[in-house]
Design a protein around this ligand. Structure first.
Ligand SMILES: [Zn+2]
Length: 63
């Protein structure tokens, strides 16, 4: 099963919020292995997610 870039982006996003099924993880890994664009997208999403979480934590500490 080959994912499109659109499907890959969706799975990467979902993977930040929930545990992916085994088949989804495999398909995602295969696509990321061959697609540099999606690797870059994934890195940016993970970076943004972490940055947002840190902002929330700073905000909670300040209040
Ligand atoms: Zn792709």
């Amino acid at each position: 099963m080959m994912l499109t870039c659109k499907e890959t982006t969706r799975l990467v996003s979902q993977g930040l919020d929930r545990e992916l099924a085994f088949g989804e993880r495999v398909a995602l890994r295969v696509h990321l292995a061959i697609c540099i664009g999606c690797r870059r997208t994934r890195r940016q999403m993970m970076f943004l997610r972490r940055a947002m979480r840190e902002l929330v934590e700073i905000d909670l500490k300040a209040s």
